[in-house]
Design a protein around this ligand. Structure first.
Ligand SMILES: [Zn+2]
Length: 304
């Protein structure tokens, strides 16, 4: 009995010593990104954000590469510089997991009841997934196992000025490049699966399983595994049932890149696409909850 107690104590010390995802740190990153102001594709603030992120991830030990492309501004016809940011951990590992977020902000808060052409900083919609990846970076160099991890920050998820403008330009470009590299056999790596993080900082966080990814037979087990991990951790903010179907960056990853891809998103956010999508409607606890689940899933995933 005594030795059992001692073992139990040692085990709890080991768990307590394991580095934990910090919500307050992730929240500071979110505030830092929002302090740059609105960060729509092609803007000076977006370029500044890209530099900040590249420096952050390099300092954490990653290889960082830009993936540039150009689109035409649909209003003026002028070319606009777009750039995804690819952050690579353990580049020697051929089989890889992709964690993604978009880092552009919508040009206008067009659902704002008062000021639909007002200032939009996208604290939850834009900064939250990016900020969480900034925090998760601390854990990547020590991530054991045969699989490598890439973070990708997508530009132009919502370079949208009006009805009919296409969404997800960055993830479409990324997925096409990836599909081409796989087809020609040039790729030195293969993505086993992808998880998109979007709108993960709502104060009133509730994350239901995303309906599209639940209908894809090769992706559904990944969704179920992530929500199982949440259950194991006692994380009640993950609801293990599908609700909304969301057209997010996981769609091109799966439909074009053929990567099993799911979306961790709280689509029920009253401040969505309004001037009120600001840090005070976000919470460190929410970022921490999602970060804990994603990190534990990465550490214990069964595969593929
Ligand atoms: Zn949005």
């Amino acid at each position: 009995m005594k030795s059992f107690l001692l073992l139990a104590c040692l085990a709890s010390v080991a768990v307590a010593d394991e580095p934990a995802v910090s919500g307050p740190r992730a929240m500071r990153h979110l505030e830092e990104l929002c302090a740059l102001g609105p960060r729509p594709s092609g803007s000076a603030a977006m370029a500044k954000q890209r530099d900040l992120l590249a420096a952050h991830f390099r300092a954490a030990g990653a290889e960082v590469a830009g993936q540039a492309f150009q689109v035409r501004d649909r209003r003026t016809g002028a070319p606009v510089h777009m750039e995804n940011l690819l952050v690579t951990w353990h580049p020697d590992r051929r089989e890889r997991v992709l964690l993604a977020a978009h880092y552009d902000t919508r040009p206008y808060p067009d659902l704002d009841p008062v000021d639909p052409r007002g200032r939009f900083v996208g604290a939850n919609d834009g900064a939250s997934g990016t900020a969480l990846l900034m925090e998760l970076a601390r854990f990547m160099p020590d991530l054991a196992g045969p699989c490598g991890v890439d973070f990708v920050l997508f530009d132009a998820e919502e370079y949208v000025f009006g009805m009919g403008d296409p969404y997800c330009l960055g993830s479409n470009f990324f997925a096409r490049q990836y599909a081409a590299s796989q087809a020609t056999g040039r790729a030195g790596h293969r993505y086993l699966c992808a998880v998109v993080l979007d709108m993960v900082a709502d104060r009133d966080l509730e994350i239901w399983q995303e309906r599209n990814s639940m209908t894809w037979p090769e992706t559904r087990p990944i969704v179920e595994e992530i929500w199982e991990v949440a259950g194991r951790l006692g994380e009640k903010r993950f609801v293990p049932r599908p609700r909304h179907a969301v057209e997010d960056d996981h769609m091109p990853l799966r439909m074009i890149g053929r990567i099993p891809a799911c979306d961790i998103i709280d689509f029920d956010y009253p401040q969505w696409h309004t001037t009120a999508d600001t840090p005070e409607h976000c919470a460190a606890e929410s970022l921490e909850a999602v970060g804990r689940v994603v990190l534990e899933w990465l550490r214990t995933r069964r595969g593929p």
